[in-house]
Write a protein that binds this ligand. Sequence first.
Ligand code: ADP
Length: 567
Amino acid sequence: MDVRRRSTNKPTTPMKMGVVVDDEKEPRASDALPLPLYLTNAVFFTLFFSVVYFLLTRWREKIRNSTPLHVVDLSEIVALVALVASFIYLLGFFGIDFVQSIFRPSADVWAADYDKNHAEELILDEDARKVPCGVDCAPPPPQVVETLASEEDEEIIKAVVAGTTPSYSLETKLGDCKRAAVIRREAVQRVTGKSLAGLPLEGFDYQSILGQCCEMPVGYVQIPVGIAGPLLLDGREYSVPMATTEGCLVASTNRGCKAIHLSGGATAVLLKDGMTRAPVVRFATAQRAAELKFFLEDPKNFDTLSMVFNRSSRFARLQTIKCAIAGKNLYIRFCCSTGDAMGMNMISKGVQNILDFLQKDFSDMDVIGLSGNFCSDKKPAAVNWIEGRGKSVVCEALISGDVVRKVLKTNVAALVELNMLKNLAGSALAGAPGGFNAHASNIVTAIYIATGQDPAQNVESSHCITMMEAVNDGKDLHVSVTMPSIEVGTVGGGTQLASQPACLNLLGVKGANREEPGSNARLLATIVAGSVLAGELSLMSALAAGQLVRSHMKYNRSSKDVSKVSS
Ligand code: ADP
């Protein structure tokens, strides 16, 4: 496709040496001086004319008194020195500029020449790209650019703008996902009159998201990925990728990892592994709804039901069926293992199989929705907190008192007290289901984005109760996080795009585990819990240390170096 670039109506922003220069407020070298130039100019002008006046007066007096001109006193010597100095200054400032202006070409030519002469040096110094770049090197692209399409594409853009070609149909119509994104992007810019210049378009495989991850793409958002760790968990070290724009989050988690590592590591236990889906069905009477409930919960029927359910996938295995009734309406919570997939698609197919099967014996059953919110997906719900959803994990560590003091900069008693009053009592007062922690969702979400999980599931995945207890006669700290609803997968969804598998690979859990299906996803869940443990330790310590500092200052009991308090 013929894609040319042109600048928009806005004046382009010329870039020199990697600095964007604004035309209207062009910075000058003099901006860097400690004194403004007009001040020094005024001083030297005044000095120059004052000494000239002084010397002329003195010379007139000498001529009148017939004193020889070469006989000078101290004040005249000082005046002469000042005259020479101010003359040199004024000549340097105005004279050179005047002479140069006679021969100097226009500013643009100068800039082009400068760039030409310094191109190679700039690239080596500024870009560190070891590629020689001579006079043909193209100038850096202007910041605000838009694509100008070929005639054929221009026609399609106009059709999308006019609404005669639906934007969503571009991929199918063109058979080229990248070209569809380019055209759609241009159409969006024209329709809205807003530039998408800062949103990257290049460097993304648009084919890979077709029909799976995102519809009607026009680019992608960049999120930096930092690494916390090593997290020593169950005897193995993990470098934990975290995608976040929250400053200090990775650093803080890293500090928690260090404390865990120095204390011998953390241990995680997977308590449960089952994804849930709960359709809502309706009958004419509550009695009929109850009959279906008894049928589904009768152990005698489980084998038949699971056989029907498991047809959906070789990885889906029905575990339990639990029902809740609201009048004539029945909510059926199916729970199944899903291998290495997070499993929402898989379980939905299994549930559909069962509903189709039930229609034979319960033909009066009206299926209202495949999901009736008793599942419960992406919403805060006590059912997940109590029953669990996805992977349920408990993770613990014994942090030595020394490490609490030296790495976490606080003490065991302060941590235990803060945990009780904040994470337990405070959250109880707030009525927060599953929110008995300091910031589990920070760590969960950052890892989810980095590893291609569904970030919306951070709602229930961040359910966590953090416990802290003084042990070994109060010397050391036992800390644990219990997380009943970690919903993760290593296949499907965003885990198969270009960058997310790299993060999964770093953790050694990329893709499906062929020897033991499901073990990659389970390991990932324990790593999430271990990282949350690190994050909880670090933030709680920062809070406890801050509290200590405040009380020390209040009661003036200590002159400790408070500058070392970190968060
Ligand atoms: P989800 O159910 O999490 O939305 P998908 O259904 O999109 O995930 O992806 C799971 C797909 O991956 C299924 O088609 C499944 O057959 C396949 N698959 C391959 N290996 C595994 C595995 N080890 N565990 C689970 N699914 C696997």
